[in-house]
Design a protein around this ligand. Structure first.
Ligand code: NAD
Length: 265
């Protein structure tokens, strides 16, 4: 059997850690050549590239800040140069800078918007431009994008208005782009993780008490692992999902299902 992503060329942003790292590893395992973007975390990115190469795959590590227009253009160009093209983007980089509204500085707002929303806009735009430069794939999508959203594209989140606003924005950006480029056979989708065990939210699972509180929000009864998200991304990116565009796939153990209603009906 041909691996799901054989012959595909991917860029994954923020792949030196957490979900992005698991996604890059899973795409490579499915046969894609993978550009592993990092901003900080060069060592982790290079170790992942070595791991992928040792397993017989193709990978490069590429430094770049997704909130910089020039750096994103260079990232996409470097991916094309490394692999002879690009047909898959996973726009994953994201940050949190939490504060109650009275204390949230304009800087905290702008930092999160710049990385989470503007960063994904820039990556999507450059990837779509590159897909247009690339060859058509008869009978298949010529390019696919997976945006990393969150259950907070749907669930409001007190004390994180900057983060929740960016994820709501990603939802409408993703749907609008999907509508705009569908006729060119470019697919755009999102994955919305619930609570996943990564460095971004260690305070939510790092102690037994925090974890117990968190699990009350998850009907499925366990925290998510980066690999849970990675497998969903690989599927959405693959030709198995060829007729899927403009959709958000929730990978959240039921977190978005109003868990407080369980046993309360
Ligand atoms: P993480 O902190 O482990 O990873 C974030 C990644 O983004 C890191 O690799 C970081 O270097 C990178 N990054 C930050 N700023 C960047 C910039 N300016 N340019 C390039 N890269 C940059 O956290 P994670 O949990 O793996 O988060 C990945 C994505 O998943 C984020 O978009 C986050 O919002 C989303 N998400 C995470 C969870 C969760 O529970 N962990 C839930 C929902 C959504």
């Amino acid at each position: 059997d041909r691996p799901l992503l054989a012959g595909r060329h991917a860029l994954v942003t923020g792949a030196s850690s957490g979900i992005g790292m698991a996604v890059a590893r899973d795409l490579a395992g499915a046969g894609a050549a993978v550009a592993v973007n990092y901003r900080s975390g060069q060592e982790a990115a290079e170790a992942l590239v070595e791991e992928i190469r040792a397993a017989g795959g193709r990978a490069v590590a590429l430094r770049g800040d997704v909130s910089s227009e020039d750096e994103v253009a260079a990232l996409v160009r470097s991916t094309e140069e490394a692999f002879g093209g690009i047909d898959l983007l996973v726009a994953n980089s994201g940050i949190q800078k939490d504060a109650p509204i009275g204390e949230m500085s304009l800087q905290d707002w702008q930092a999160v918007v710049s990385v989470n929303l503007t960063g994904q806009f820039l990556c999507c735009r450059e990837a779509i431009r590159a897909f247009r430069r690339g060859p058509e794939r008869p009978g298949r999508a010529r390019g696919a994008i997976v945006c990393m959203s969150s259950v907070h594209e749907l669930i409001p989140w007190a004390g994180r208005v900057n983060y929740a606003a960016t994820k709501g924005g990603i939802r409408m950006m993703m749907q609008t782009l999907a509508q705009e480029v569908a006729a060119e056979r470019i697919r755009v989708n999102a994955v919305a993780p619930g609570a996943i065990r990564t460095p971004i939210n260690e305070e939510a699972w790092g102690t037994e008490e925090a974890l117990r509180k968190l699990l009350r929000l998850i009907p499925y009864g366990r925290i998510g692992e980066p690999e849970d998200v990675a497998r969903a991304v690989t599927w959405l990116a693959s030709d198995e999902a060829d007729y899927v565009t403009g959709t958000t796939l929730f990978v959240d153990g039921g977190m978005s299902l109003y868990p407080e209603f369980v046993g309360n009906g």
